[in-house]
Unconditional design. Structure first.
Length: 276
């Protein structure tokens, strides 16, 4: 059957994708995979300079394209502006990757209120805001794929980048981050149930240890210890998260809705019981 050919199963060519926090780290890994597989990819980042540079770097690799749409998505007004700019360019959105995030680590007794609010705002509340504002484009993306009866043939995808810290209790002082990611995982499931009938599926990739700007300091200090706790004996590679995102966005992943995929090399199943 032609539908079982690898190009049909895992292809994303021609899809329109938005990746927040797409100028570096995990977001850049995912954006690159979509560009290399023929998608039109929009990346956003708070830094215009970084966003423009990454879009230029990825865009020349083809066969897809990469477009810079800088925005500070922690701000409501910036979310509205980003959605307006994307809507002016595209009539539909097939894949939304909510990746932008931040972390704040400080001892429990000293953890500041402003730090907690900042992390929850970007990592959780603005994921809801951006998804909400993009619903017309996501619904249009679902409609593009057509229907068989009341079922959508190629649903639009929401991919939320979560964390193993939202599944197991971390042993470091990232209280707001772990709480925000746990909330994100549940928000993703809630959206899956609400939006599935409209042809929009929502899933989470709960990432383990990947090297990025967000994790660089921790990995520089304790990288060997962290790797020793991972049954796969390594950090996550770009291919790992990129491949998972492509799977969820392709025909192969069209029936996945409301899932939280732990992409951690087995770290969670190896956690000491007193940390669960």
């Amino acid at each position: 059957m032609n539908s079982l050919h690898i190009e049909s199963l895992f292809g994303v060519a021609g899809k329109v994708v938005l990746v927040t926090g797409g100028s570096r780290g995990i977001g850049k890994m995912i954006a690159l995979a979509f560009v290399r597989n023929g998608a039109t990819v929009y990346i956003s980042s708070r830094s215009t300079k970084d966003c423009d540079a990454t879009a230029k770097e990825l865009g020349v690799l083809g066969p897809g394209t990469c477009v810079s749409l800088p925005a500070d998505v922690s701000k409501f007004s910036e979310v509205e502006r980003l959605v307006g700019e994307l809507s002016a360019r595209e009539k539909a959105l097939n894949v939304l990757v909510n990746n932008a995030g931040t972390v704040w680590a400080e001892p429990l007794d000293d953890y500041p209120d402003e730090g907690f609010s900042k992390v929850l705002m970007l990592n959780l509340q603005r994921v809801f805001t951006l998804t909400q504002k993009l619903l017309p484009l996501l619904r249009a993306g679902a409609a593009q794929g057509g229907r068989t009866g009341i079922a959508f043939n190629d649903p639009s995808r929401i991919i939320n980048i979560g964390s193993v810290e939202g599944l197991g209790v971390p042993d470091h002082d990232t209280y707001a981050y772990s709480a925000a990611k746990a909330g994100l995982h549940h928000l993703s499931r809630h959206l899956a149930g609400r939006l599935g009938p409209e042809g929009i599926v929502s899933n989470t990739i709960a990432c383990g240890a990947f090297r990025s700007k967000l994790t660089a300091e921790l990995l520089d200090v304790a990288g060997d210890v962290i790797i020793s706790q991972i049954p796969s004996n390594r950090l996550g590679a770009p291919e790992d998260v990129a491949g998972t995102a492509l799977y969820l966005s392709s025909r192969a992943g069209a029936y996945v809705n409301g899932a939280t995929i732990a992409l951690d090399g087995g770290f969670l199943v190896n956690m000491p019981l007193n940390r669960l």
